[in-house]
Design a binder for this molecule. Structure first.
Ligand SMILES: NC(=O)c1ccc[n+]([C@@H]2O[C@H](COP(=O)([O-])OP(=O)(O)OC[C@H]3O[C@@H](n4cnc5c(N)ncnc54)[C@H](O)[C@@H]3O)[C@@H](O)[C@H]2O)c1
Length: 312
């Protein structure tokens, strides 16, 4: 892939201004159409790989794509969890496969990707979902947990995308789904390494998308999902100390995420109100921002954190 040279086009400013306004208008119109009425793409011939598919959001993605007729491949470090989800998919009449993979290990990812290609075929929808959190204050966090979160939450995206993007781009067919977090857009207490990893994920997806645009593939899409705290078990315990914004339910996050993927929507912020916060944050003075986060008691959310002991 060669770098693109800038070519000056006379009156290009007017053309790009038209494009910006045109897409803004289309976006505005679509914002008022209920998702249920929007045309959805057919994924019945797709092979969907979900990292961390053995529980939480990953499990729900596997079940939703199974209901739509896709073949599902579940990667998880917890093989029992992955196999249980495969069983659930099969009970729904689907085709599903489980693999034990540590997504933070590049060699393990490349080797298992080869196995998937042989056993199942070319993956067309890659859902980068596996994630962990240490849940400690910065000064109390052991180094190995900081490494672990960064290795699983962000570095793994390099390995999985490198393993599967080539065939997606060559065939001009596929979708990259990135599970980020609202913590990828702002910070909080007891989530330093997690928030850092999710900010990196946001930058990764944006840069990946820019690069893949160079291939001019009209059939390749990307969706990045940024949910607020959700009751999957990952943040168990925080229900007692949560502030004003309610903890989301996994079903709600899944419903909106699936609609976004099936309509090739790029960005998902949940709850949508958080978009307003991010907008205000882009120009309000810092003490105003702090007053806002204090009002919602964002600082205290993690105080009751217990999480999943097994990921420690
Ligand atoms: N639950 C929330 O509040 C919330 C909010 C925003 C974003 N997210 C993100 O959603 C994603 C899914 O989280 P969840 O809430 O479903 O949590 P979860 O703990 O239910 O699921 C995470 C899965 O990843 C797997 N996993 C962990 N390390 C792995 C590794 N090295 N290799 C392969 N698999 C591994 C786990 O076994 C587990 O099945 C994560 O990326 C998380 O950061 C969660």
């Amino acid at each position: 892939m060669q770098p693109i040279e800038y070519v000056f086009i006379p009156f290009s400013f007017l053309w790009y201004l038209f494009l910006i306004l045109w897409h803004a208008l289309i976006g505005l119109i679509f914002a008022f159409i209920p998702y249920a009425l929007l045309p959805k793409k057919d994924v019945s011939n797709d092979i969907v790989l979900v990292t961390g598919g053995g529980s939480g959001f990953g499990r729900l993605f596997a079940l939703e794509f199974t209901k739509l007729g896709s073949t599902v491949v579940i990667w998880d470090i917890n093989l029992t969890g992955a196999e249980n989800v495969v069983k659930e998919c099969k009970e729904l009449g689907g085709k599903a496969f489980a693999y034990k993979v540590d997504v933070s290990n590049s060699e393990n990812v490349y080797k298992t990707a080869d196995d998937v290609r042989k056993d199942v075929g070319d993956v067309t929808i890659l859902i980068n979902n596996a994630g962990v959190v240490a849940g400690r204050y910065l000064l109390d966090a052991p180094d190995h947990l900081i490494h672990k979160t960064l290795d699983i939450n962000i570095k793994s995206h390099f390995w999985t995308v490198k393993a599967f993007a080539r065939s997606i781009l060559d065939n001009n067919h596929g979708h990259f789904v990135t599970i980020a977090s609202m913590a990828g857009h702002y910070g909080g207490t007891q989530i330093t390494e997690y928030s850092a990893s999710k900010h990196a994920v946001v930058g990764f997806e944006d840069s990946m998308f820019c690069e893949f645009e160079l291939y001019k593939r009209s059939g390749v899409f990307s969706t990045i999902i940024s949910p607020f705290y959700t009751s999957t078990g990952m943040f168990d315990g925080i229900e007692k100390t949560a502030g004003l914004l309610p903890i989301l339910t996994p079903d709600y996050v899944m419903h909106v995420s699936m609609n976004a993927i099936l309509t090739n929507t790029r960005y998902v912020f949940l709850p949508p109100l958080t978009k307003l916060y991010l907008f205000l944050r882009s120009f309000l003075p810092e003490p105003s921002i702090r007053a806002m986060t204090s009002f919602f008691r964002i600082e205290g959310y993690m105080a009751g954190y217990k999480g999943r002991e097994k990921t420690k």
